[in-house]
Design a protein around this ligand. Structure first.
Ligand code: ADP
Ligand code: ADP
Length: 226
């Protein structure tokens, strides 16, 4: 059973733009999928639909492994990382990462233990009391990744997360993300317009075609040693 299965998903915005046109896509638990395509081909729209932030105009999305709430909606278990780190500027790095846990009802002490563990995993040990503005763009991105993963979501959605960072920082973050994934095997859907990044990171590359908002091709990437 896939983690999520989209069938015939179409999205037409109120402006008339047909952003997605009949997307069929299944994602397995633990898979690292890159969504690759030029800008305007519908990658962000597809991600927002997976996140439940936008509804498809037609077609279906099934979460066969998810529990459902009283009205039958799937309880999605998702972490989201955007290109612009959406950290709270008035809160410390620690508080930014504990907040999702506290919202989930975890007590403060345990939340701080878990957040400290994730901050160490993203190489931010020692920065717990810093404020986001004191950090570089790459470090802020690391905080965003820790915040997205601290609740251990099944699915991590990343929308061109590293596109605004310099090449070296970006390469380091790609390496570190891959290590986190190899250790924990959460499912990742990673939107990018970089062929290099998608080949480096993903087990499967879903290439989107411009204009019609369709999947042009799916490419399986051979993993070293596999
Ligand atoms: P990508 O992420 O690949 O750049 P998007 O999903 O952002 O593509 O956009 C796909 C198409 O839908 C584009 O033509 C874009 O202008 C349009 N679009 C995106 N969001 C909206 C919106 N909220 N309302 C109207 N049109 C939109
Ligand atoms: P949804 O049905 O997914 O909520 P909407 O069609 O309601 O999407 O559009 C969401 C908002 O994005 C609207 O307020 C719209 O004005 C705005 N928007 C319109 N065109 C674009 C565009 N090309 N890219 C991004 N946002 C857009």
């Amino acid at each position: 059973r896939p983690l999520v299965a989209l069938r015939g998903v179409t999205k037409r915005y109120r402006t008339g733009t047909l952003a997605l046109n009949g997307i069929d896509l299944s994602i397995r638990q633990g898979e690292f999928v890159a969504l690759l395509g030029a800008s305007g081909c519908g990658k962000s729209t597809l991600l927002r639909i997976l996140a439940g932030l936008s509804a498809p105009s037609s077609g279906s999305i099934d979460w066969p492994q998810a529990a459902h709430d009283a009205s039958g909606d799937p309880l999605r278990d998702i972490g989201f990382v955007f290109q612009e780190p959406t950290l709270m500027p008035w809160a410390t790095v620690m508080r930014n990462v504990t907040l999702p846990l506290e919202l989930a009802g975890v007590n403060r002490t345990e939340a701080e233990d878990r957040a400290a563990e994730w901050l160490a995993r993203v190489e931010l040990k020692g920065f717990e009391k810093a404020y986001p503005r004191a950090l570089s763009g790459g470090m802020r991105m690391r905080v965003s990744i820790a915040r997205a993963l601290v609740t251990r979501p099944r699915l991590l959605l990343m929308d061109e997360p590293f596109a605004a960072l310099d090449e070296i920082t970006r390469f380091r973050l790609n390496n570190d993300l891959l290590q986190l994934w190899a250790a924990d095997r959460f499912t990742v859907v990673f939107v990018t317009h970089s062929v290099f990044e998608s080949v480096f990171l993903a087990e499967r590359i879903v290439v989107m075609a411009p204009r019609p908002g369709r999947i042009a091709e799916e490419v399986a990437v051979a993993v070293e040693g596999a």
